[in-house]
Design a protein around this ligand. Structure first.
Ligand code: SD4
Length: 305
């Protein structure tokens, strides 16, 4: 299926990310550039409590960002707990391209970003600071499901399941993926989720497919969820079947926990076919290709509504 470029992204705001990615893909650009541009759009343009500059902080009030990027040849880079840098996805790409490493964290990641010419800027917004102050009154860490889609959500509730993950295939048949997030709101200082961990929040292999995740990252780390989805595609499952099978594994291993928390998986195989599934109802994803540029779909769930 060479020539059939396509990009998919997690959640409703994936529509905007896809449009940014499509500017690259639609003109026969590389999947890697496309996913970086899509992620940059979310980090810079979107004001959303779970990605980039408007993200909610940890329980001590620090906004710490996680991001990863990977192409289908196994090249990858990531940053975790990065502070005061607007575009963690591009720092992750520099880690991939300019260092012998895969992952940089915390102060070292920031130092590297500054050396690479990224600007340091205070990112925490007034709205995020206000939400944090409200949260501190009770200080209860209780991730809520799919908060982006709940019109009844209060500020203190927000921001738990809306990481942006993008997967793309370009006109050359190359795959790439990117993932960017501020992580779980009110997390412990130093907590790192799945999004910057290759194999957990993102995995890509041109010979099989690509997968990304959103939700409570600890579950994806425990199960190497994105890697698992890609391996299942390698064994012959469709992207949809692979997402379902990976979630069934999570349910099997941690049934009680899986009833309480959300895990969302999105996959694309090497032919550009797409699948998605979540533990619980409410996971949406956006798809963009030559035929349709703003399609928003609702993923099925393992547990009934
Ligand atoms: C994390 N998976 O840090 C991320 C959170 C997430 O939308 O998906 N938020 O665990």
């Amino acid at each position: 299926q060479r020539g059939a470029a396509r990009v998919v992204s997690t959640w409703d705001f994936g529509v905007g990310a896809n449009q940014a990615a499509w500017k690259v893909l639609g003109s026969r650009g590389a999947a890697l550039d496309a996913v970086e541009q899509g992620a940059r759009w979310a980090e810079g343009e979107l004001c959303n409590a779970t990605v980039g500059r408007c993200g909610y902080p940890d329980r001590e009030g620090y906004l710490t960002l996680d991001a990863s990027i990977m192409d289908g040849d196994g090249r990858c880079g990531s940053v975790a707990a990065l502070e005061d840098i607007r575009h963690p996805i591009s720092v992750a790409r520099r880690v991939m391209e300019k260092t012998p490493h895969v992952m940089l964290v915390g102060a070292g990641a920031q130092q590297f970003a500054l050396e690479q010419g990224f600007a340091r800027e205070a990112l925490l917004t007034d709205a995020a600071r206000k939400a944090w102050r409200e949260w501190k009154l009770e200080s209860r860490y209780q991730p809520k499901m799919n908060v982006e889609r709940l019109s009844t959500s209060r500020p203190g509730d927000s921001a738990n399941h809306d990481t942006l993950g993008l997967l793309a295939i370009d006109s050359q048949g190359r795959l790439a993926g990117a993932c960017t997030t501020s992580g779980m709101a009110w997390k412990l200082r130093g907590r790192v989720g799945d999004s910057p961990i290759i194999g957990a929040g993102l995995y890509v292999d041109n010979e099989a497919g690509a997968a990304t995740a959103s939700g409570v990252g600890e579950e994806m780390i425990r199960n190497a969820a994105s890697f698992l989805v890609v391996e299942m595609m390698r064994q012959g499952k469709s992207p949809q079947e692979a997402c379902v099978a990976a979630l069934e594994r999570i349910v099997h291993k941690r049934e009680a926990a899986s009833k309480q928390l959300q895990v969302c998986l999105l996959a694309m195989n090497k032919h550009g076919e797409v699948g998605a599934c979540a533990l619980h109802h409410g996971f949406t994803y956006a798809l963009c290709d030559h035929d349709q540029d703003r399609r928003l779909l609702e993923a099925p769930s393992v547990y009934p509504k």
